[in-house]
Design a protein around this ligand. Structure first.
Ligand SMILES: Nc1ncnc2c1ncn2[C@@H]1O[C@H](COP(=O)(O)OS(=O)(=O)O)[C@@H](OP(=O)(O)O)[C@H]1O
Length: 579
């Protein structure tokens, strides 16, 4: 580790602090025959005291289900009682009263279960910390069940832990996220589960457990994981007391043979530090619960995983996306997303603010198909140039087809400026188009921001490359906006083939060119509103020349990229030559 830090100039280094929390979960849950006895309870406390000689603030975190208290033999009942008597020396955290899974409950029943557990603790004089809680089998934590988060936010739970996000990957690949203010920190296990209660049950036997402790798996977890929340279970402290053996030894070994500093902190403080160190993890990246067996097991039967789009028109803005949307909405086998009160016809889910609303929010924005072959789609024109969108979209919808329109970028920028003028944007009203696009970097921030919003989407090669990092080219349809303007019927025929929808509609019979508008319109419902396909003065020659040179390299890069993926050039791009 030290050598790696030195040789990488610190880039591969990790701090020496190792924050440690050991959860003893499912207190009172184990069945008769494997539960703790009086002597086990006492040994738990002795073990805690030994750990405290190495980590002064250390205390075991005990998660309990009061509904299973005194469920064992007489000797086990005495063990339960003894743990409660010794309880003030441990930290108790809340759980479900009868170990129920929140994903199978509604808000009212899960609230009742948690409150019953709180009541149980009060009756038995157990002090419970409010801010940390877990659930059986991670149910409700990830995949997110909003009713659990509803109750947790209401009852001031601030953090939890899981090994289910993004999936149940090897411990080093697990990540955290914050949802609705609740910090979800990745959890380790030490390969001791309720089942592993005797040395001979340990996979590979005691020799393997020792290997894990003295330099193997468990030791490496300490070496490489600055924040450790180990999940163990009550019965690991009874029977052969495997957990006690493992922690006594690994902590001694780490203390004797490394410079790591072992620390214990309250869970909220630990979670805060985690997200200070791993800021990039704050926003969750949602995945489809039905794509992964372990997630599907804790996803309600009643909830859908399929009210999701088969294709998405991602933009960029001002390239004809609304016309395309309207034309597709006329197709009986295609169901567009439902309008959103804030963004109207665009859901804009994959952008940060809405994305935080979670998967239910997204699915709620789609209608339920009334025919088995109907497919869902959406269009949000600002997805195209948003840096996070392709990654997020791929995580949730790896099979989705992407539709991108490419319009000559200077024309696009000019249309964008006129749209801002139309909406009385103060910057557009106070600055000419040329002043905006040519604003130098020394300009005030508001002007630079508008300049960037105007120009950046037109850097097609940059953005398209990003989409291609996630999606194979076969999943991306590039449409030349000029073709949509002049020959929408052919564009729509290609698109129907691409998204594999029954071509039950003949667009040549429902579209007609409107001479006044200068665009194709739907015969039945008419043209797009007056703010689409506006008439404005042609771009002034100075701006035109500035933008020709500004976009030159970007356009040449686009040519190279399209060549590489074997895609024909849009008509407007053909004209751009190397000088
Ligand atoms: N059939 C039809 N009717 C009207 N307008 C059409 C049509 N086909 C393409 N266009 C072009 O679409 C431009 C608006 O692009 P978008 O719909 O992508 O804009 S937005 O990003 O959704 O605001 C719009 O830009 P403006 O002319 O600047 O309004 C048009 O150039």
């Amino acid at each position: 580790m030290d050598a790696m830090t030195y040789l990488s100039n610190g880039r591969l280094g990790l701090p020496l602090d190792r924050l440690l929390q050991i959860d003893i979960d499912d207190m009172f849950v184990g069945h008769t025959g494997i539960r703790t006895l009086v002597s086990d309870a006492e040994e738990m406390l002795n073990s805690q005291n030994r750990i405290r000689t190495l980590i002064p603030n250390f205390r075991y975190f005990l998660g309990f289900s009061g509904g299973m208290y005194m469920n064992g033999t007489e000797a086990e009942k005495a063990g339960d009682k003894r743990i409660v008597e010794l309880g003030k020396d441990f930290v108790w955290f809340n759980h479900m009263f009868r170990h129920e899974q929140p994903h199978a409950m509604n808000y009212t029943s899960l609230k009742a279960s948690i409150q019953k557990n709180v009541q149980f603790a009060a009756t038995h004089g157990m002090e419970v910390i409010r801010e940390y809680m877990v659930t059986p089998h991670h149910s409700g934590i990830y995949p997110v069940i909003e009713s659990l988060y509803d109750y947790w936010t209401e009852s001031k739970v601030l953090c939890t832990s899981t090994d289910m996000y993004p999936r149940n990957l090897p411990q080093w690949a697990r990540r955290g996220f914050i949802h609705r203010g609740i910090m979800v920190v990745p959890r380790q296990t030490c390969r001791l589960f309720t089942r592993t209660i005797k040395y001979e049950n340990y996979p590979g036997g005691k020799a393997e457990l020792d290997r894990s402790i003295f330099g193997g798996y468990l030791f490496k977890v300490f070496l490489t994981t600055p924040f450790m929340i180990f999940m163990t279970h009550m019965s690991n402290y009874a029977n052969d007391r495997l957990a006690i053996y493992a922690f006594d030894n690994v902590l001694q070994f780490v203390s004797n043979w490394t410079n790591l500093r072992l620390l214990a902190l309250p869970p909220v403080e630990m979670a805060r530090r985690y997200f200070q160190m791993y800021t990039q993890e704050i926003n969750a990246v949602w995945t489809n619960p039905c794509d992964y067996d372990k997630h599907r097991e804790i996803w309600p039967m009643s909830k859908s995983c399929t009210k999701l789009p088969s294709f998405i028109i991602v933009g960029p803005q001002k390239t004809g996306t609304t016309a395309l949307l309207r034309f597709l909405q006329a197709h009986p086998m295609l169901l567009g997303s439902k309008p959103d009160p804030v963004h109207f016809e665009e859901i804009q889910f994959f952008l940060t603010k809405n994305y935080q609303n979670g998967l239910d929010w997204y699915q709620d924005h789609f209608p339920k198909p009334s025919h088995p072959r109907q497919i869902l789609f959406e269009k949000s024109a600002n997805y195209f140039d948003n840096e996070l969108t392709p990654k997020r979209m791929y995580a949730l919808l790896p099979q989705v087809k992407i539709v991108i329109l490419l319009c000559e970028p200077a024309k696009r920028a000019y249309s964008w400026y006129h749209n801002m003028l139309f909406h009385n944007d103060t910057v557009a009203m106070n600055y000419t188009f040329f002043e905006i696009v040519s604003a130098p970097d020394s300009s005030p921030k508001f002007l630079k921001d508008v300049r960037n919003r105007c120009l950046r989407p037109g850097m097609y090669a940059v953005h398209l490359s990003r989409w291609l990092q996630y999606f194979p080219k076969e999943q991306i349809l590039l449409i030349d906006s000029d073709r949509l303007d002049n020959d929408p019927v052919t564009v729509l025929r290609d698109l129907q083939m691409f998204v594999d929808v029954e071509p039950v509609i003949d667009y040549s019979t429902i579209l007609e060119f409107n001479v006044d508008k200068g665009y194709f319109c739907l015969k039945e419902s008419g043209c797009l509103s007056s703010n689409k396909g506006r008439k404005y003065a042609p771009m002034d020659p100075v701006s035109r020349s500035f933008l020709t040179s500004y976009y030159r390299d970007h356009n040449l890069n686009l040519k190279t990229l399209l060549n590489n993926i074997g895609h024909p050039f849009p008509t407007w791009l053909e004209k751009i030559e190397e000088s």
